[in-house]
Ligand binder design. Structure first.
Ligand code: ATP
Ligand code: MG
Length: 174
């Protein structure tokens, strides 16, 4: 799985449409406090299906939509598009969009899909919202302090077998 490009619009502090290119190799996000570094990481997690309020630092689903400032009105939708290649090397484009009062919807390569399909896409690519490839603030300290079961989950993700657990839960109807 490779991420090549990200497009954000109305997502948290990224109010105006913004496009970012991700070069091969290790990418670091740097900048002054409050400039949107964590918001950017959250956008990547969100388009991959993250819904947990804790990892999105939000109270509700719609909190990811630009809430407005003293000089700018709020937006009524947020959209994140991720372009890249999947585990097989095929072109992959995933879009997630949320509108106020209308919930969120996903598209993969231009086709409407269910949230579950997006979860399986990233689980099979051994990546996704909980991928150890996304290292957020304080994560290094967390890895050092992690319990053995948490470390096992990280290793399973890195070894590419986490997708099997998602498929098993799906088959068991959980
Ligand atoms: P630090 O270096 O302190 O970790 P950071 O670069 O990670 O900072 P973020 O936490 O990504 O910064 O961005 C914080 C900014 O995003 C704040 O100014 C906050 O008001 C703004 N923000 C977050 N959610 C929204 C939203 N829904 N609408 C508008 N602005 C938002
Ligand atoms: Mg931050």
């Amino acid at each position: 799985m490779e991420i090549h490009r990200l497009k954000l619009s109305g997502f948290k502090s990224f109010v105006e449409p913004a496009e970012l290119r991700v070069e091969p190799g290790l990418t670091g996000v740097v900048g002054p406090n409050g400039c949107g570094k964590s918001n950017l990481l959250e956008a990547i997690r969100w388009v991959m299906g993250e819904n947990s309020p804790k990892s999105m630092r939000s109270g509700g689903m719609e909190d990811v939509i630009f809430a407005g400032t003293q000089s700018r009105p709020p937006r009524d939708f947020a959209e994140v598009v991720l372009h890249g290649r999947d585990a097989e090397g095929e072109e992959l484009s995933v879009t997630r969009r949320i509108e106020r009062g209308a919930g969120s919807a996903y598209r993969v390569n231009g086709r409407d899909v269910r949230a579950k399909d997006v979860a399986l896409t990233f689980a099979d690519a051994a990546t996704g919202a909980h991928s150890p490839a996304l290292v957020s603030q304080g994560k290094i300290a967390q890895v050092i302090a992690a319990k053995p079961t948490e470390r096992r989950a990280m290793l399973e993700e890195a070894a590419g077998i986490a997708g099997l657990h998602v498929r098993r839960k799906d088959a068991e109807g959980k």
